[in-house]
Design a protein around this ligand. Structure first.
Ligand code: ZN
Length: 472
């Protein structure tokens, strides 16, 4: 164990899944649109225009607050962050510097089977900038303002994170929460969820000089970049050098961080209250009305899944699919017994995932619970269960499918004995082998019975009867 302790703080930019942009009526989804086709005088800040707050974005932030165990500010306000750069049509960004809408929260991450609290200092609403591209070899740059004015919530953690693994878990947890709440589409390839990582190392109580790793957009790269950067800082300190406060990028191909700009050149943004937007009053009634709409929080589901001993990967899988998590909860409500609930989860993390989204969209918790019970009661074999599962996911009740097709499991001794006797009669050689000590041929007989009954025989029953009859 190194004597240096890393300290990590994370800023996450989540793009809100609203219909329109933050302060105008432009479509909030420009994917596939021609550059500069999804803009208007408001998001271009033409003289005489006024921004109007998107109510949907505020409601989404209020939901997020609940997911982050945070307070919603009763009075929240917007500010201007002034900077001059061609990706900003306004010459400033509207953000929340002084009274952010979400304050003082936390999430819990699961590390070595224990929950660790990571504080959320605050989260604020702001608008995104446009996008610059620099064509290869050209002596000009191109700007596309379609993204300008897109609503973002920036989530600022406390520096409570102490390892790359914790950082990754924190990012995944926040991702789970915002996607489960439906406030972010989570499309990481299109920049719906980006983050900056602040990291320092120290061998004392005093924090070391930090560097900032900018614009990462994959959990895996965040972990790798942090591992690299922590080691780089330790190596510097060990060789008697100092860590420079700077912004660094991550080069994925070289698996290295590299210096982008030093903090001495940092801008003074001259923040001041946005004069065109009065402070927003949010009553407790309004807040609780919106938070009531939240079905169930990912953290609650995680605790339920942990209780039945599900692995972290499978927990993540279910939590990252809110509809699947809902099926789980409904089935759990009906099944009650842990043994059966586990079986329901096995379907959801197994066969269910193999089906296309469209093919599985009609599975209900009720039908899943029924399927689990039918198999557990030995009404049908698990083989038949697997065969009809796709239909169950298409919305059909398992009991109806097996009734319609006469798939009820054959457990009736006399009927099975008749079939087995017939098979024994027709296969003298394997019978001979078995009686002279080869246990292996048992599988052959069981297989024959299953074939004969088209998989509808109860396998344990068949086994028992085959042994009994072979021993004669
Ligand atoms: Zn606009």
């Amino acid at each position: 164990m190194s004597k240096y302790k890393p300290t990590i703080g994370i800023e996450i930019h989540t793009q809100l899944a609203t219909k329109s942009k933050m302060f105008c009526g432009c479509n909030n989804d420009s994917r596939g649109s021609k550059p500069n086709s999804n803009i208007c005088p408001v998001c271009m800040a033409l003289p005489g225009t006024l921004p109007v707050i998107n109510k949907g974005a505020v409601e989404m932030a209020i939901k997020m607050a609940k997911g982050f165990n945070a307070k919603v500010a009763n009075v929240t306000s917007f500010d201007r962050k002034n900077y001059f750069y061609p990706d900003s049509p306004k010459g400033y960004q509207i953000t929340q510097m002084y009274e952010p809408i979400i304050q003082d929260g936390f999430v819990e991450i699961l590390i070595d089977k224990e929950f660790k609290k990571i504080g959320i200092h605050h989260a604020h609403i702001e608008e995104d900038a446009g996008k610059l591209t620099h064509p290869d070899g050209a002596d000009y740059s191109l700007v596309d303002y379609n993204r300008a004015g897109t609503p973002l919530v920036e989530i600022v953690s406390e520096p409570d994170i102490n390892s790359p693994e914790e950082a990754k878990r924190y990012l995944q947890e926040i991702y789970n929460i915002v996607t489960a709440l439906g406030v972010c589409n989570g499309d990481m390839e299109h920049g719906n969820f980006k983050f900056d990582l602040n990291v320092s190392v120290s061998d004392s109580e005093e924090l070391g000089t930090r560097t900032e790793l900018k614009n990462l957009n994959s959990f895996r790269n965040a972990e790798r970049a942090l591992k690299y950067e922590i080691q780089r800082q330790i190596d510097l300190l060990e060789s008697g050098e100092k860590v420079k406060q700077e912004t660094r990028g991550w080069n994925d191909a070289k698996s290295k961080t590299f210096s982008q700009r030093s903090k001495e050149e940092a801008n003074d943004y001259r923040y001041f209250p946005e004069p065109d937007i009065p402070p927003l009053n949010l009553s407790n009634d309004f807040i609780s009305e919106i938070q009531k709409e939240i079905d169930v929080l990912p953290s609650t589901i995680r605790k339920e899944l942990l209780e039945i001993g599900l692995s972290v990967d499978d927990q993540d899988l279910l939590i990252s699919q809110p509809k699947t998590a809902k099926i789980f909860q409904d089935a759990r409500e009906i099944l009650k017994k842990e043994k059966l609930i586990k079986k329901a989860v096995n379907w959801l993390v197994g066969d269910f995932q193999a089906l296309g989204l469209d093919d599985r969209k009609d599975l209900t918790g009720k039908n899943l619970a029924e399927l689990v019970k039918l198999i557990d009661d030995e009404e049908i074999s698990s083989k038949i269960g697997k065969e009809i599962f796709a239909e169950v996911c298409g919305g059909e009740a398992p009991s109806k499918i097996i009734d319609d097709r006469g798939l009820v499991q054959v457990s009736d001794d006399t009927e099975l004995e008749k079939i087995i006797t017939e098979i024994i009669k027709n296969n003298p050689k394997p019978v001979e082998d078995y009686r002279s000590g080869s246990e292996k041929v048992l599988g052959f007989f069981v297989g024959q019975v299953m074939k004969e009954t088209k998989g509808q025989a109860n396998p344990s029953k068949v086994n028992e009867l085959v042994v009994k009859l072979l021993k004669g």
